[in-house]
Design a protein around this ligand. Structure first.
Ligand SMILES: NC(=O)c1ccc[n+]([C@@H]2O[C@H](COP(=O)([O-])OP(=O)(O)OC[C@H]3O[C@@H](n4cnc5c(N)ncnc54)[C@H](O)[C@@H]3O)[C@@H](O)[C@H]2O)c1
Length: 352
């Protein structure tokens, strides 16, 4: 039995609490909450969990093996640092921290102490994302040309971080996972309409190895709820729509060279003099996606990583790649949308 303490149970915390509480090999012994209202919520719904205001006694309680941190992003580093220092395994909601420097310090602490450090990149546990990844890896989609993501809605408007840091960790974690790499560079633009200095809408473009482009559009100031990933490959195109009944649709569409097999990538580096383009507009089919709650799978991976000592899928490296990407995009936002290479983002860069 793995005993857990969760820190923070506001808007998102109840989902983590429900999932961790439902797993047979875990018990959430404590919820540490600053708000009396939120402690009452825990007391009313989870009688076996003690809702407390103070973190220190939980950190010194030897029966607590792991922490689940569901507080606002800027508090993640300090809370995770204290947890690791106290010898606890740590799960942190996204983003893992606000700088790669902070991520590196947490990672080093976890390694030194043999503790699990995991970030809440829940989309790495989403069955539609896993199905899309399998399609890419099998070659079914051909050469990946580009992808773009949209995460839009009206609200929830944050006051602590902008839409990039609040929403794009999901999209960047998805792109990195699908492409098997962190981006090389980022260029972003965005605007703060509602609160000074807090961008409500951001368009961030990431360049990946092999001339693959990913464009991430995030906004909490949009008329529609959109949660979509569109991926264009040389053989097939695919759309993962998280709010649709059919989550993953694969299109037999593309533009081919008449001189090559349908689906072969166009030789755009060395185009032939007589290039003739042929449009392929075949059928769309719904790709089966198994039913599973991604957050439950996320919680299970944290427990399995603790039990086995192996890294979780959403490990510190995954968290670092996302934080570095967001830091590069943030620098670009501040520097007139300049293309910022990720290797400019080194330990010691200032907190966004
Ligand atoms: N995976 C997802 O889809 C998803 C969705 C929403 C939010 N999140 C993440 O969850 C985290 C929390 O977001 P939220 O929307 O629930 O925020 P929130 O502000 O609604 O809730 C945070 C809670 O933490 C408590 N808190 C803050 N600091 C504390 C401390 N030091 N000790 C004890 N309690 C403390 C607050 O009282 C509050 O109840 C963020 O990291 C956010 O990025 C993830």
């Amino acid at each position: 039995m793995i005993n857990l303490a969760q820190i923070g149970c506001g808007y998102w915390g109840p989902n983590l609490l429900r999932n961790f509480s439902s797993l047979p090999d875990a018990a959430v012994r404590f919820v540490v909450e600053a708000s009396v209202d939120r402690r009452r919520y825990v007391e009313a719904n989870y009688p076996a969990t003690a809702a407390v205001a103070e973190l220190e006694p939980v950190l010194t309680d030897k029966s607590v093996h792991g922490l689940v941190i569901a507080t606002p992003a800027r508090s993640h580093f300090e809370l995770a640092r204290r947890g690791l220092e106290a010898g606890k395994h740590v799960f942190v909601e996204k983003p893992l921290a606000m700088t790669v420097d902070e991520v590196d310090r947490l990672d080093a602490m976890a390694r030194e102490r043999g503790l699990t450090l995991m970030v809440g990149h829940t989309f790495l546990y989403n069955p539609a994302v896993l199905a899309l990844k399998a399609l890419i890896d099998s070659g079914e989609l051909g050469r990946i040309y580009y992808l773009y993501t949209q995460r839009l809605n009206l609200g929830v408007v944050r006051q602590d971080v902008n839409a990039l840091w609040n929403l794009a960790p999901h999209d960047v974690s998805i792109c990195n996972f699908l492409l098997g790499s962190a981006p090389l560079s980022a260029a972003a633009y965005g605007t703060a309409y509602l609160q000074p200095g807090i961008e409500d809408v951001v368009f961030a473009n990431f360049e990946y190895p092999g001339q693959v482009r990913a464009s991430v559009h995030v906004s909490w100031l949009d008329p529609n709820k959109v949660r979509k990933v569109t991926l264009v490959g040389s053989r097939r195109m695919a759309v993962y729509d998280d709010v649709a009944a059919d989550k993953l649709v694969v299109y037999d569409k593309g533009v081919d060279s008449a001189a090559a097999q349908p689906g072969d990538p166009l030789p755009f580096d060395q185009p032939p003099a007589d290039l003739r383009l042929v449009y392929r507009s075949g059928a769309a089919h719904v790709h089966p996606v198994p039913a599973a709650e991604p957050l439950r799978e996320t919680a299970r991976d944290f427990l399995a990583a603790i039990a086995s000592g192996r890294p979780p899928r959403a490990d510190a490296a995954s968290g670092r790649a996302v934080v570095a990407s967001l830091q590069a995009a943030t620098r670009s936002l501040k520097e007139n949308s300049r293309q910022v290479r990720l290797d400019e983002i080194v330990a010691g860069a200032p907190t966004p």
